[in-house]
Design a protein around this ligand. Structure first.
Ligand code: ISJ
Length: 409
Protein backbone atom coordinates (compact mmCIF):
# COMPACT_ATOMS: atom_id res chain seq x y z
CA UNK A 1 0.00 0.00 0.00
CA UNK A 2 1.28 3.43 -0.83
CA UNK A 3 2.11 5.32 2.33
CA UNK A 4 0.26 8.59 2.52
CA UNK A 5 2.09 11.65 3.63
CA UNK A 6 -0.56 12.91 6.03
CA UNK A 7 1.35 15.95 7.02
CA UNK A 8 0.83 17.76 3.71
CA UNK A 9 -1.63 20.57 3.68
CA UNK A 10 -5.08 19.41 2.63
CA UNK A 11 -5.40 21.08 -0.79
CA UNK A 12 -9.19 20.58 -0.98
CA UNK A 13 -9.70 22.38 2.29
CA UNK A 14 -7.50 25.37 1.57
CA UNK A 15 -10.44 27.33 0.27
CA UNK A 16 -12.24 27.33 3.58
CA UNK A 17 -11.63 29.05 6.89
CA UNK A 18 -10.72 27.20 10.07
CA UNK A 19 -14.10 28.19 11.56
CA UNK A 20 -16.00 26.80 8.55
CA UNK A 21 -14.17 23.49 8.76
CA UNK A 22 -14.53 23.16 12.55
CA UNK A 23 -18.22 24.09 12.40
CA UNK A 24 -18.97 21.67 9.56
CA UNK A 25 -17.08 18.82 11.20
CA UNK A 26 -19.11 19.31 14.39
CA UNK A 27 -22.38 19.58 12.42
CA UNK A 28 -21.51 16.38 10.60
CA UNK A 29 -20.73 14.57 13.86
CA UNK A 30 -24.02 15.83 15.30
CA UNK A 31 -26.07 14.73 12.27
CA UNK A 32 -24.50 11.29 12.29
CA UNK A 33 -24.67 10.98 16.11
CA UNK A 34 -20.91 10.50 16.45
CA UNK A 35 -18.88 11.28 19.55
CA UNK A 36 -16.44 14.13 19.07
CA UNK A 37 -13.85 16.02 21.12
CA UNK A 38 -12.11 19.30 20.35
CA UNK A 39 -9.15 20.56 22.37
CA UNK A 40 -6.33 23.06 22.45
CA UNK A 41 -3.52 22.43 24.90
CA UNK A 42 -2.05 25.18 27.10
CA UNK A 43 0.50 27.37 25.35
CA UNK A 44 -0.04 25.67 22.00
CA UNK A 45 -1.67 27.08 18.88
CA UNK A 46 -2.87 23.80 17.41
CA UNK A 47 -6.57 22.93 17.72
CA UNK A 48 -7.44 19.23 17.42
CA UNK A 49 -10.76 17.62 16.62
CA UNK A 50 -11.17 13.89 17.09
CA UNK A 51 -14.14 11.92 15.77
CA UNK A 52 -15.09 8.34 16.36
CA UNK A 53 -17.21 6.35 13.91
CA UNK A 54 -18.52 4.20 16.73
CA UNK A 55 -20.21 4.81 20.07
CA UNK A 56 -18.04 6.03 22.94
CA UNK A 57 -16.90 3.16 25.18
CA UNK A 58 -17.99 3.11 28.80
CA UNK A 59 -15.16 2.24 31.17
CA UNK A 60 -14.55 1.55 34.86
CA UNK A 61 -10.80 2.21 34.61
CA UNK A 62 -8.50 3.94 32.18
CA UNK A 63 -5.62 1.55 31.54
CA UNK A 64 -3.57 4.23 29.87
CA UNK A 65 -0.80 1.96 28.54
CA UNK A 66 -3.34 -0.29 26.86
CA UNK A 67 -5.94 2.12 25.56
CA UNK A 68 -5.92 2.99 21.90
CA UNK A 69 -5.62 6.55 20.69
CA UNK A 70 -8.59 8.54 21.83
CA UNK A 71 -10.13 10.95 24.31
CA UNK A 72 -11.14 10.29 27.93
CA UNK A 73 -14.13 11.97 29.56
CA UNK A 74 -14.84 10.95 33.16
CA UNK A 75 -17.38 12.20 35.71
CA UNK A 76 -16.55 13.50 39.18
CA UNK A 77 -18.02 10.33 40.70
CA UNK A 78 -15.83 8.07 38.61
CA UNK A 79 -15.72 5.47 41.38
CA UNK A 80 -19.48 4.89 41.15
CA UNK A 81 -20.24 6.04 37.59
CA UNK A 82 -18.73 5.03 34.28
CA UNK A 83 -16.27 7.10 32.33
CA UNK A 84 -16.34 7.49 28.56
CA UNK A 85 -13.62 6.85 26.04
CA UNK A 86 -13.92 8.18 22.51
CA UNK A 87 -11.97 5.76 20.37
CA UNK A 88 -10.48 8.10 17.81
CA UNK A 89 -10.84 7.35 14.11
CA UNK A 90 -10.13 10.67 12.43
CA UNK A 91 -8.07 13.57 13.72
CA UNK A 92 -8.28 17.05 12.25
CA UNK A 93 -5.61 19.49 13.33
CA UNK A 94 -5.62 23.18 12.69
CA UNK A 95 -2.53 25.26 13.13
CA UNK A 96 -2.66 28.79 11.77
CA UNK A 97 -3.81 28.31 8.16
CA UNK A 98 -2.79 24.68 7.97
CA UNK A 99 -5.39 21.95 8.21
CA UNK A 100 -4.45 18.29 8.36
CA UNK A 101 -6.92 15.41 8.33
CA UNK A 102 -5.44 12.07 9.23
CA UNK A 103 -6.31 8.78 10.84
CA UNK A 104 -5.73 8.94 14.59
CA UNK A 105 -3.66 5.81 14.40
CA UNK A 106 -1.56 5.97 11.26
CA UNK A 107 -0.34 2.40 11.59
CA UNK A 108 -3.78 0.79 11.47
CA UNK A 109 -5.35 3.48 9.36
CA UNK A 110 -8.50 2.81 7.45
CA UNK A 111 -7.69 5.08 4.52
CA UNK A 112 -11.09 4.59 2.91
CA UNK A 113 -12.86 5.73 6.04
CA UNK A 114 -10.71 8.84 6.29
CA UNK A 115 -11.15 9.70 2.63
CA UNK A 116 -14.89 9.20 2.79
CA UNK A 117 -15.07 11.43 5.88
CA UNK A 118 -13.07 14.09 4.09
CA UNK A 119 -15.41 13.97 1.11
CA UNK A 120 -18.49 14.26 3.33
CA UNK A 121 -16.89 17.15 5.15
CA UNK A 122 -16.20 19.07 1.97
CA UNK A 123 -19.78 18.46 0.76
CA UNK A 124 -21.02 19.61 4.14
CA UNK A 125 -19.00 22.84 4.01
CA UNK A 126 -20.08 23.55 0.44
CA UNK A 127 -23.76 22.94 1.20
CA UNK A 128 -23.52 25.92 3.60
CA UNK A 129 -26.46 24.55 5.58
CA UNK A 130 -27.08 25.81 9.10
CA UNK A 131 -27.35 23.01 11.59
CA UNK A 132 -26.81 22.60 15.32
CA UNK A 133 -23.29 21.84 16.47
CA UNK A 134 -24.33 20.12 19.69
CA UNK A 135 -27.28 18.19 21.03
CA UNK A 136 -30.14 20.67 21.23
CA UNK A 137 -32.80 18.23 22.30
CA UNK A 138 -31.26 17.72 25.73
CA UNK A 139 -32.81 19.63 28.61
CA UNK A 140 -30.94 20.24 31.83
CA UNK A 141 -32.11 18.25 34.85
CA UNK A 142 -33.87 20.42 37.42
CA UNK A 143 -31.21 21.97 39.67
CA UNK A 144 -31.41 21.20 43.38
CA UNK A 145 -31.73 24.28 45.46
CA UNK A 146 -29.19 25.10 48.10
CA UNK A 147 -27.70 28.14 49.66
CA UNK A 148 -23.99 28.23 49.06
CA UNK A 149 -23.04 30.47 51.96
CA UNK A 150 -24.95 28.24 54.39
CA UNK A 151 -23.17 25.24 52.89
CA UNK A 152 -19.78 26.94 53.41
CA UNK A 153 -20.73 27.66 57.03
CA UNK A 154 -21.55 23.98 57.51
CA UNK A 155 -18.18 23.07 55.98
CA UNK A 156 -16.31 25.38 58.35
CA UNK A 157 -18.20 23.91 61.32
CA UNK A 158 -17.37 20.36 60.25
CA UNK A 159 -13.69 21.34 59.91
CA UNK A 160 -13.68 23.00 63.35
CA UNK A 161 -15.33 19.86 64.75
CA UNK A 162 -12.38 17.91 63.35
CA UNK A 163 -14.15 15.87 60.64
CA UNK A 164 -11.64 16.92 57.96
CA UNK A 165 -9.11 19.67 57.20
CA UNK A 166 -10.39 20.94 53.87
CA UNK A 167 -13.43 20.50 51.67
CA UNK A 168 -14.36 21.95 48.28
CA UNK A 169 -18.10 22.61 48.02
CA UNK A 170 -19.38 23.52 44.56
CA UNK A 171 -22.50 25.05 43.05
CA UNK A 172 -24.01 25.51 39.63
CA UNK A 173 -25.83 28.30 37.86
CA UNK A 174 -28.08 28.09 34.81
CA UNK A 175 -27.98 30.77 32.15
CA UNK A 176 -29.86 31.41 28.92
CA UNK A 177 -27.57 31.25 25.96
CA UNK A 178 -27.53 34.62 24.22
CA UNK A 179 -29.56 34.93 21.00
CA UNK A 180 -27.29 34.13 18.05
CA UNK A 181 -25.02 32.03 20.27
CA UNK A 182 -22.09 30.89 18.16
CA UNK A 183 -20.18 27.91 19.58
CA UNK A 184 -17.26 28.16 17.18
CA UNK A 185 -16.81 31.86 17.87
CA UNK A 186 -16.96 31.22 21.61
CA UNK A 187 -14.41 28.41 21.26
CA UNK A 188 -11.98 30.62 19.29
CA UNK A 189 -12.46 33.51 21.70
CA UNK A 190 -11.71 31.21 24.65
CA UNK A 191 -8.53 30.04 22.92
CA UNK A 192 -7.45 33.63 22.35
CA UNK A 193 -8.38 34.86 25.85
CA UNK A 194 -6.81 31.97 27.79
CA UNK A 195 -3.54 30.92 26.13
CA UNK A 196 -2.44 28.85 29.15
CA UNK A 197 -5.71 26.94 29.64
CA UNK A 198 -6.82 23.64 28.16
CA UNK A 199 -9.82 24.60 25.98
CA UNK A 200 -12.19 21.73 25.29
CA UNK A 201 -15.51 20.88 23.72
CA UNK A 202 -16.82 17.33 24.09
CA UNK A 203 -20.06 15.99 22.68
CA UNK A 204 -21.21 12.42 23.23
CA UNK A 205 -24.70 11.72 21.83
CA UNK A 206 -26.06 9.77 24.81
CA UNK A 207 -24.50 12.15 27.30
CA UNK A 208 -24.54 15.75 26.14
CA UNK A 209 -22.06 18.50 25.37
CA UNK A 210 -19.52 20.23 27.59
CA UNK A 211 -17.28 23.24 27.04
CA UNK A 212 -14.43 24.28 29.31
CA UNK A 213 -11.27 26.33 29.83
CA UNK A 214 -9.44 24.57 32.66
CA UNK A 215 -6.14 25.68 34.19
CA UNK A 216 -5.51 22.36 35.96
CA UNK A 217 -3.63 19.32 34.75
CA UNK A 218 -4.41 16.06 36.55
CA UNK A 219 -1.76 13.86 34.95
CA UNK A 220 0.38 14.14 31.87
CA UNK A 221 2.76 11.78 30.14
CA UNK A 222 4.91 13.23 27.44
CA UNK A 223 7.40 10.71 26.10
CA UNK A 224 9.28 9.57 29.26
CA UNK A 225 8.08 12.30 31.58
CA UNK A 226 5.15 11.98 33.96
CA UNK A 227 3.78 15.23 35.38
CA UNK A 228 1.15 16.34 37.87
CA UNK A 229 0.31 19.65 39.56
CA UNK A 230 -1.03 20.82 42.89
CA UNK A 231 -3.18 23.83 42.07
CA UNK A 232 -5.23 25.71 44.64
CA UNK A 233 -5.85 29.10 46.27
CA UNK A 234 -7.52 31.82 44.28
CA UNK A 235 -7.38 35.57 44.00
CA UNK A 236 -8.34 38.08 41.34
CA UNK A 237 -5.58 39.05 38.91
CA UNK A 238 -4.61 42.71 39.19
CA UNK A 239 -2.73 43.90 36.07
CA UNK A 240 -0.96 46.60 38.15
CA UNK A 241 0.84 44.06 40.32
CA UNK A 242 3.88 42.01 39.40
CA UNK A 243 2.97 38.29 39.40
CA UNK A 244 6.10 37.32 41.33
CA UNK A 245 5.19 39.75 44.11
CA UNK A 246 1.68 38.39 44.69
CA UNK A 247 0.92 38.07 48.41
CA UNK A 248 -1.00 35.04 49.69
CA UNK A 249 -2.72 34.64 53.05
CA UNK A 250 -1.87 31.90 55.51
CA UNK A 251 -5.24 30.25 54.69
CA UNK A 252 -4.41 30.16 50.98
CA UNK A 253 -0.88 28.87 51.51
CA UNK A 254 -2.15 26.05 53.75
CA UNK A 255 -4.98 25.18 51.37
CA UNK A 256 -2.57 24.71 48.48
CA UNK A 257 0.01 22.93 50.65
CA UNK A 258 -2.64 20.30 51.44
CA UNK A 259 -3.00 19.52 47.74
CA UNK A 260 0.78 19.13 47.43
CA UNK A 261 0.85 16.96 50.54
CA UNK A 262 -1.86 14.78 49.05
CA UNK A 263 0.21 14.20 45.89
CA UNK A 264 3.33 13.41 47.91
CA UNK A 265 1.28 10.92 49.97
CA UNK A 266 0.21 9.21 46.74
CA UNK A 267 3.88 8.90 45.70
CA UNK A 268 4.64 7.48 49.17
CA UNK A 269 1.89 4.87 48.84
CA UNK A 270 3.58 3.47 45.75
CA UNK A 271 7.07 3.95 47.24
CA UNK A 272 8.18 6.40 44.61
CA UNK A 273 10.93 8.67 45.85
CA UNK A 274 12.47 9.94 42.65
CA UNK A 275 10.32 12.91 41.81
CA UNK A 276 11.23 16.53 41.13
CA UNK A 277 9.11 19.10 42.93
CA UNK A 278 8.97 22.77 41.84
CA UNK A 279 7.09 25.57 43.47
CA UNK A 280 4.73 26.73 44.76
CA UNK A 281 4.59 29.64 42.31
CA UNK A 282 1.85 32.05 41.35
CA UNK A 283 0.23 31.36 38.00
CA UNK A 284 -2.36 33.32 36.04
CA UNK A 285 -5.48 31.52 34.84
CA UNK A 286 -7.61 34.01 32.91
CA UNK A 287 -8.80 36.65 35.35
CA UNK A 288 -7.59 34.65 38.36
CA UNK A 289 -4.35 33.77 40.11
CA UNK A 290 -3.60 30.43 41.75
CA UNK A 291 -0.68 28.78 43.55
CA UNK A 292 0.90 25.85 41.74
CA UNK A 293 3.49 23.20 42.63
CA UNK A 294 4.58 20.86 39.85
CA UNK A 295 5.89 17.32 40.16
CA UNK A 296 7.82 15.38 37.52
CA UNK A 297 8.98 11.76 37.29
CA UNK A 298 11.08 10.05 34.64
CA UNK A 299 9.10 6.83 34.05
CA UNK A 300 12.00 5.13 32.27
CA UNK A 301 14.66 5.92 34.87
CA UNK A 302 12.26 4.78 37.62
CA UNK A 303 11.21 1.76 35.55
CA UNK A 304 7.56 2.57 36.16
CA UNK A 305 5.67 2.57 32.83
CA UNK A 306 2.30 2.10 34.55
CA UNK A 307 2.83 5.19 36.75
CA UNK A 308 0.27 7.40 34.87
CA UNK A 309 -2.47 4.74 35.27
CA UNK A 310 -1.65 4.15 38.93
CA UNK A 311 -1.43 7.86 39.75
CA UNK A 312 -4.68 8.62 37.91
CA UNK A 313 -6.46 6.17 40.19
CA UNK A 314 -4.84 7.53 43.32
CA UNK A 315 -5.19 11.20 42.49
CA UNK A 316 -8.75 11.61 41.24
CA UNK A 317 -10.57 13.40 42.81
CA UNK A 318 -7.71 15.49 44.23
CA UNK A 319 -8.01 17.62 47.31
CA UNK A 320 -8.24 20.64 44.97
CA UNK A 321 -11.79 19.56 44.03
CA UNK A 322 -12.87 17.24 46.88
CA UNK A 323 -10.97 17.87 50.12
CA UNK A 324 -8.66 16.28 52.64
CA UNK A 325 -8.83 13.59 53.91
CA UNK A 326 -10.54 12.56 50.72
CA UNK A 327 -13.06 9.96 51.98
CA UNK A 328 -14.40 12.13 54.78
CA UNK A 329 -14.70 15.16 52.51
CA UNK A 330 -16.47 13.11 49.83
CA UNK A 331 -19.05 11.65 52.24
CA UNK A 332 -19.77 15.13 53.56
CA UNK A 333 -20.27 16.50 50.03
CA UNK A 334 -22.53 13.62 49.09
CA UNK A 335 -24.75 14.41 52.04
CA UNK A 336 -24.68 18.20 52.06
CA UNK A 337 -23.77 19.60 48.66
CA UNK A 338 -27.13 19.08 46.90
CA UNK A 339 -25.47 19.18 43.49
CA UNK A 340 -25.10 16.65 40.72
CA UNK A 341 -21.55 17.51 39.69
CA UNK A 342 -21.88 15.26 36.66
CA UNK A 343 -18.71 15.83 34.60
CA UNK A 344 -17.67 18.98 36.47
CA UNK A 345 -14.45 18.25 38.43
CA UNK A 346 -14.13 14.97 36.56
CA UNK A 347 -11.25 14.68 34.12
CA UNK A 348 -10.79 14.79 30.37
CA UNK A 349 -8.18 14.84 27.66
CA UNK A 350 -6.38 13.11 24.82
CA UNK A 351 -4.95 9.63 25.47
CA UNK A 352 -2.03 8.22 23.50
CA UNK A 353 -2.20 10.86 20.81
CA UNK A 354 1.24 11.35 19.24
CA UNK A 355 2.78 9.51 22.23
CA UNK A 356 1.24 11.89 24.75
CA UNK A 357 -1.52 11.59 27.29
CA UNK A 358 -2.78 14.76 28.96
CA UNK A 359 -5.68 14.59 31.38
CA UNK A 360 -7.05 17.79 32.89
CA UNK A 361 -9.49 18.43 35.73
CA UNK A 362 -12.77 19.59 34.18
CA UNK A 363 -13.04 23.07 35.76
CA UNK A 364 -14.33 26.43 34.48
CA UNK A 365 -16.76 24.41 32.42
CA UNK A 366 -20.40 24.26 31.42
CA UNK A 367 -22.88 21.79 30.09
CA UNK A 368 -24.67 22.98 26.96
CA UNK A 369 -28.34 22.23 26.38
CA UNK A 370 -31.21 23.65 24.40
CA UNK A 371 -30.88 27.45 24.65
CA UNK A 372 -29.34 27.07 28.10
CA UNK A 373 -26.10 26.24 29.82
CA UNK A 374 -25.21 25.11 33.31
CA UNK A 375 -21.97 26.43 34.77
CA UNK A 376 -20.16 24.88 37.73
CA UNK A 377 -17.62 26.18 40.24
CA UNK A 378 -16.31 25.35 43.67
CA UNK A 379 -14.00 26.87 46.27
CA UNK A 380 -11.61 25.34 48.78
CA UNK A 381 -12.86 25.76 52.34
CA UNK A 382 -10.63 25.55 55.41
CA UNK A 383 -11.14 26.47 59.07
CA UNK A 384 -10.49 30.12 58.20
CA UNK A 385 -12.95 30.47 55.32
CA UNK A 386 -15.36 33.34 55.01
CA UNK A 387 -18.67 32.26 53.32
CA UNK A 388 -19.13 35.53 51.42
CA UNK A 389 -15.59 35.40 50.06
CA UNK A 390 -15.99 31.77 48.95
CA UNK A 391 -19.26 32.69 47.20
CA UNK A 392 -17.50 35.58 45.43
CA UNK A 393 -14.76 33.15 44.40
CA UNK A 394 -17.26 30.85 42.68
CA UNK A 395 -18.72 33.89 40.88
CA UNK A 396 -15.23 34.83 39.65
CA UNK A 397 -14.77 31.27 38.41
CA UNK A 398 -18.08 31.38 36.49
CA UNK A 399 -16.82 34.59 34.91
CA UNK A 400 -13.99 32.72 33.20
CA UNK A 401 -16.61 31.50 30.71
CA UNK A 402 -19.27 34.18 31.16
CA UNK A 403 -16.99 37.11 30.30
CA UNK A 404 -16.16 35.50 26.96
CA UNK A 405 -19.66 34.14 26.32
CA UNK A 406 -21.08 37.62 26.56
CA UNK A 407 -18.83 38.70 23.67
CA UNK A 408 -19.41 35.69 21.42
CA UNK A 409 -22.56 36.40 19.51
C1 ISJ B 1 -12.83 23.94 42.31
C2 ISJ B 1 -12.37 24.79 41.41
O1 ISJ B 1 -11.04 25.15 41.34
C3 ISJ B 1 -10.07 24.55 42.14
C4 ISJ B 1 -10.06 25.16 43.48
C5 ISJ B 1 -9.28 26.27 43.75
C6 ISJ B 1 -9.41 26.98 45.08
O2 ISJ B 1 -10.08 26.46 45.97
O3 ISJ B 1 -8.86 28.08 45.26
C7 ISJ B 1 -8.35 26.74 42.82
C8 ISJ B 1 -8.13 26.06 41.68
C9 ISJ B 1 -8.74 24.75 41.43
O4 ISJ B 1 -7.89 23.75 41.87
C10 ISJ B 1 -13.25 25.35 40.33
O5 ISJ B 1 -12.73 26.03 39.44
O6 ISJ B 1 -14.46 25.09 40.36
Amino acid sequence: MEKKNWSVLEPDLKLFSKEQILGSALALAQEEQLPVAVWRKPNKTEINLLISFSEALQVDRYELQELKNGFAFAPFNFNQEKGFFINGDVLLSFDFDEVVIKPVNEASANTLQVDSFKKKLIDRIESDEESPLFNQSKNLAKPKSSDYETLVEKCVEAIRDGFFEKVVPARSTDIDLPAGFDLIKLYSNLCAAYPNAFISFVSIPELGSWLGATPEILIEKEFNTFRTHALAATQRFNPENDLSETAWTQKEIEEQAMVSRYIINCFKKIRLREYVEKGPETIKAGNLLHLKTSFEVDVVATNFPELPTVMLELLHPTSAVAGMPKEQALSFLKLEEQLDRSFYAGFLGPVNIEEQTSLYVNLRCMELAKDKARLFAGAGVTAHSNPKKEFAETEMKFNTLLNILNQAH
